[in-house]
Design a protein around this ligand. Structure first.
Ligand SMILES: [Zn+2]
Length: 471
């Protein structure tokens, strides 16, 4: 009985990455500013522990630099070259259900082949559920609620420590090429020596009409093919965008007319160019000392919860994403415990032999890449309030997922083993109480920062839509 009534705050949404209406219910939320809390909100444990207690075993990281903190450089794992490079290939809107996970359509043969050589994190989560918040969190190694951000849906970041800056300070060449005009002003270029946009792209806040993978691959070859890379260390990031809606058709690819059919075609099209880039990389002199990471900034909905596209909610369809790491000397395997995109900043630093930064909240995955025993950890997914949407957060603990809306007044727990589609929440009973207590203990440590541009009269009001209508 208790599972029947879902409040309107959980009503399904016709969501997109930009212009669709905000959640229908939920008062505007002004994030509390700088709520002080204990030091390590990302420090969670998957090992059984009293409700609300953050176990010390399996802690994922430490937040907040203590005075006099002196980082110790991590030992280089056996097999990892001391002069390694890192290439991050992220693919927008790439869901977790891909051929290497049993999806029946062979829509990604190159990535499927790559996965066979990878350490795959089968339960990886994006930091948030749409590009702006997810990639801000990935770069900062922190939850987006804690970042200095504008508050607009297309958030702009200022003055946050993004991990590429630390690479740059250590004489590692940093390069990025992006396929959406948003990346021109987002602030994500902080710490990059060479930051480019794919030529010829347009800007449509409602969707993505451009087909960019061919040019994206070409520019990537130009940047990676610089002969100077033969004798220096570098970090390179390309964020492929074609699986983002609109789902365009491509010659020779036809899975059908429906949105998922056309999305699959976009994934297949992108896979061809990722494969072309992988071939180019394999032919370089530095290939044998280069780590390749493949992941996504979020997933995509096709009506599973009555919404389409992404953002606005934190359903599994939106935040369970692929994550694979191909590293020299690392044996392929699957790591089953949950991990987060927030783990990539410390991971990439360690791959370069650098210590993690005290503000980073994730935990390096390098040990597990090189065969260390994995451990259970909890994961937080954080979707801050923006001009167009209310706050959503999820705590994932073992097989359970708690989702809280807005001011955490409306929370639900889902058993992802018995209910992978997140259709039957429960809000009573000891399992709920334990998960809520666990979440509350973590949430109070999140040092939330109020957006600097979109304030109380703007947040969660679909401000941009209203402004557009007034014009
Ligand atoms: Zn995205």
């Amino acid at each position: 009985m208790r599972r029947l009534a879902l409040p309107a705050i959980f009503a399904t949404l016709a969501a997109s990455c930009s212009k669709d209406p905000p959640p229908p219910v939920g008062s505007p939320v002004t994030p509390s500013s700088a709520a002080a809390g204990p030091a390590a909100h990302a420090a969670t444990s998957g090992s059984p522990s009293p409700a609300g207690a953050r176990g010390s075993a399996g802690a994922t990281g430490v937040v907040g630099a203590a005075a006099g903190w002196v980082p110790a450089r991590p030992p280089t794992p056996p097999g990892l070259p001391k002069d390694s490079n890192v290439i991050l290939l992220s693919i927008d809107s790439l869901r977790a259900d891909m051929p290497w996970n049993g999806y029946p359509r062979p829509i990604a043969p190159r990535l499927t082949d790559l996965e066979k050589r990878a350490v795959t994190f089968t339960h990886a989560y994006s930091v948030s559920s749409y590009t702006s918040m997810s990639l801000g969190g990935l770069l900062a190694g922190r939850l987006p609620s804690e970042l200095i951000r504008s508050g607009w849906f297309f958030g702009t970041y200022k003055n946050d420590l993004f991990f590429p800056k630390l690479l740059q300070q250590n004489a590692i060449r940093t390069m990025g090429v992006m396929a959406h005009m948003y990346f021109k002003t987002a602030g994500f270029d902080y710490g990059f020596d060479d930051w480019r946009l794919v030529p010829g792209i347009t800007f449509d806040p409602n969707t993505d009409r451009d087909i960019t993978s061919p040019a994206h691959e070409k520019v990537s070859e130009e940047m990676l093919g610089d002969p100077a890379n033969d004798s220096r260390r570098f970090f390179f990031w390309a964020h492929f965008l074609d699986p983002h809606d609109l789902y365009q058709r491509h010659d020779g690819i036809d899975w059908g007319p429906n949105p998922r059919d056309r999305y699959d075609g976009e994934v297949q099209f992108t896979d061809q160019y990722v494969g072309k880039l992988l071939d180019f990389i394999a032919a370089r002199s530095w290939a044998a000392r280069t780590v390749i990471i493949v992941t996504a900034d979020h997933g995509e909905e096709f009506g599973e919860h009555g919404m389409t596209r992404h953002g606005f909610e934190v359903w599994e369809t939106l935040v369970h994403v692929p994550l694979m790491i191909i590293a020299p000397g690392a044996k392929p395997r699957h790591v089953e415990p949950m991990r987060s995109g927030i783990d990539l900043a410390p991971t990439i630093l360690e791959l370069f032999g650098l210590s993690s930064e005290p503000s980073f909240e994730g935990k390096s995955l390098v040990g597990e890449v090189y065969g260390a025993p994995d451990e259970e950890r909890d994961v937080i997914v954080d979707l801050p309030t923006t001009s167009d949407s209310g706050r959503r957060r999820a705590l994932l603990h073992q097989n359970e997922k708690l989702i809280c809306a807005d001011n955490d007044n409306a929370c639900r727990v889902y058993d992802l083993t018995a209910d992978p589609g997140e259709k039957a929440p429960y809000i009573h009973g000891s399992a709920y109480v334990d998960m809520k207590a666990r979440y509350d203990a973590v949430a109070e440590t999140i040092k939330e920062v109020a957006p600097y541009a979109c304030g109380a009269d703007c947040l969660n009001t679909a401000y941009r839509t209203k402004k557009d209508e007034a014009q």
